[in-house]
Write a protein that binds this ligand. Structure first.
Ligand SMILES: *[C@@H]1O[C@H](CO)[C@@H](O)[C@H](O)[C@H]1NC(C)=O
Ligand SMILES: *[C@@H]1O[C@H](CO)[C@@H](O)[C@H](O)[C@H]1NC(C)=O
Length: 416
């Protein structure tokens, strides 16, 4: 496994020439990115690139301190190259190769379980250098994936990865983070997490990591199952929690996000708090319903409806995920408890409406049409209401989880 990077090859360069090269590459990158919409028509029609709306976008407009005029000659070269792509040994092709190399990242994955391995496959395929560490010995799997495995976290950190990608379970995250020898990392290291809860790792990072480290909290809304064949159109949610002022740091984040953009992910920038709120109302509810139905022991029948097939699918999909993940969604998302209670209230309310209606029907059978007068509050009301609705109207839970209206309020009484 080769771990060398451009930096190793350039190590004989003086710092100033290095800076010139990186400035040069940056300018080329700018012109290349700004060209994309006009020259790569086929590609943009294959993957619909999501609108950029992050704070540190590289694509136009570039940072104001990079004069726009300098990129004009490069833009010209690239236009020519894209029209005549056959010149493989051409000067511009070589520049392009160097540009491609410069976008490669050195990423260390800590926690090399199911999800870490899943991400590693794509990172390696895109040509990034991937290192891994895990408490279990996964060196065999790593080797097969083209990843260098380090059983000792000290060795991993001494490799000075640019990005440390935490792929631990929710529960082990704090212990793993506290056990990492952070002092062996470069001061500019970028920490990224991929947990399904967001405020928890954000606070943990802010609390434990030195101020020089950058922080990016992400939530790929897919996993080894749903993203098995393609990540196209799957949401990738992220929050740029802390990024130092240097351009190199902004560029690094862009390159990392580019990994997911390239795969066609739908990029969504959203604060960790907002993510937790949405996830409790969607992901947690989905898992809960799946597990409730699983406890019911649903079985396939010879006369399944489409809707029932959906339920069976849901059970199958959610039971595939570990209980630890589900428990983590509950424990480490402060909105989950409220959602669970609302679910409970909704079920109770539904039962009351059913039973209220039943009561009404029974009374009608007992007293026939004699009960022509209904008492609502203290005012007698003639029961000859127009029968517009044969079915009782089911009430909805108020959005904020406030007290429910009594079911009687919503069940229309039909007395004729
Ligand atoms: C890890 O596993 C590999 C083979 O699977 C083995 O060669 C190596 O010695 C193991 N390392 C440790 C630290 O157990
Ligand atoms: C379950 O997963 C499969 C495959 O990922 C997907 O096609 C299906 O829509 C999912 N069904 C439900 C109800 O979530």
């Amino acid at each position: 496994m080769v771990i060398s990077t451009d930096n190793d090859q350039n190590s004989t360069c003086s710092p100033s020439s290095l800076r010139k090269i990186s400035l040069f590459l940056y300018v080329i990158m700018l012109s290349f990115l700004s060209l994309q919409p006009s020259t790569t028509i086929t590609r943009s029609s294959l993957f619909s690139y999501p609108r950029r709306r992050h704070r540190h976008s590289i694509s136009p407009p570039p940072p104001p301190h990079f004069p726009l005029t300098t990129k004009t000659p490069f833009r010209h070269h690239f236009q020519i190259r894209s029209l005549d792509a056959a010149q493989t040994n051409h000067f511009e092709t070589q520049i392009f190769d160097r540009f491609a190399k410069s976008t490669k990242l050195k990423i260390a994955i800590v926690g090399f379980g199911n999800f870490g391995q899943f991400l590693a496959k794509t990172l390696v395929r895109q040509g990034h250098t991937v290192l891994a560490h895990s408490r279990s010995n996964h060196s065999k799997i790593a080797q097969n994936l083209g990843v260098s495995f380090f059983p000792d976290p000290h060795d991993l950190c001494e490799e000075h990865p640019e990005i440390l990608l935490l792929c631990t379970s929710i529960f082990s995250t704090e212990n793993v983070l506290r056990s990492l020898p952070l002092q062996r990392l470069k001061r500019s290291t970028l920490f990224v997490d991929v947990l399904s809860v967001k405020e928890f790792p954000k606070n943990l990072f802010l609390q434990i990591l030195p101020c020089d480290f950058d922080i990016l909290c992400t939530h790929p809304m897919f996993g080894p199952e749903s993203g098995k064949y393609s990540w196209n159109d799957l949401p990738f949610v992220y929050d740029q929690v802390r990024i130092g002022n240097e351009d190199s740091r902004a560029i690094r984040i862009e390159r990392f996000l580019e990994i997911f953009k390239k795969e066609g992910c739908r990029m969504v920038e959203m604060s960790c708090a907002e993510q937790d709120k949405y996830a409790a109302g969607s992901q947690f509810i989905t898992h809960t319903m799946g597990r409730v139905l699983e406890k019911l022991g649903l079985e396939t029948t010879p006369i399944n409806t489409k809707g029932y097939e959906t339920l069976l699918n849901l059970v199958e999909n959610t039971s595939g995920d570990s209980f630890d993940l589900y428990y983590g969604l509950f424990m480490y998302n402060k909105n989950a408890m409220e959602q669970l209670e609302r679910l409970d209230m909704a079920f109770e309310s539904l039962k009351k409406e059913l039973f209220g209606h039943l009561h009404d029907v029974l009374r009608k059978q007992l007293f026939g049409k004699a009960g022509g007068i209904e008492v609502s509050g203290d005012r007698p009301v003639l029961a000859k209401l127009p029968v517009l609705e044969d079915r009782p109207v089911l009430s909805k839970l108020p959005k904020n989880g406030a007290a429910l209206p009594a079911p009687a309020d919503t069940v229309r009484i039909q007395n004729n």
